[in-house]
Design a protein around this ligand. Structure first.
Ligand code: 5GP
Ligand code: ZN
Length: 109
């Protein structure tokens, strides 16, 4: 855990919609869709480019957590977005997944 990382702090002490197995889901503070959740892993990896820093089983569980979270909040059709690097709209450098469902208002980031 890095105390100067917002998402490490959110993982540790945020308001979680769902939590399991080293992953949490939180509501995005600036929602770009009717439902806009962020899935945040406990492991601090700066960007999706470095996804190989996750052990294989953990990477699989992370994807399952994204799918299960969407299902649990009642979404069948939705978007999963990962912004990669500043040019890709990434503003927080702790890997996270956006889940966007319902009416959308542009892309996150
Ligand atoms: P990025 O642009 O890095 O892909 O996504 C960062 C997201 O984090 C943005 O959609 C932004 O609205 C959200 N965000 C920024 N600060 C906070 C916060 O303190 N709490 C929550 N829940 N979301 C945040
Ligand atoms: Zn972090």
């Amino acid at each position: 855990m890095s105390s100067d990382c917002l998402f490490c702090r959110l993982y540790a002490e945020g308001e979680h919609v769902r939590k399991a197995d080293g992953f949490v889901a939180v509501k995005d503070i600036n929602p770009r869709a009717e439902t806009h959740l962020l899935v945040i892993p406990e492991r601090h990896v700066e960007t999706f480019r470095d996804v190989d820093e996750f052990p294989g089983d953990e990477a699989k569980r992370m994807l399952e957590f994204v799918a299960d979270t969407a299902r649990e909040v009642g979404l069948e059709d939705y978007r999963v977005v990962v912004n990669v690097g500043p040019g890709g709209g990434q503003t927080i450098f702790h890997l996270h997944w956006h889940i966007l469902g319902g009416q959308m208002r542009g892309l996150p980031g």
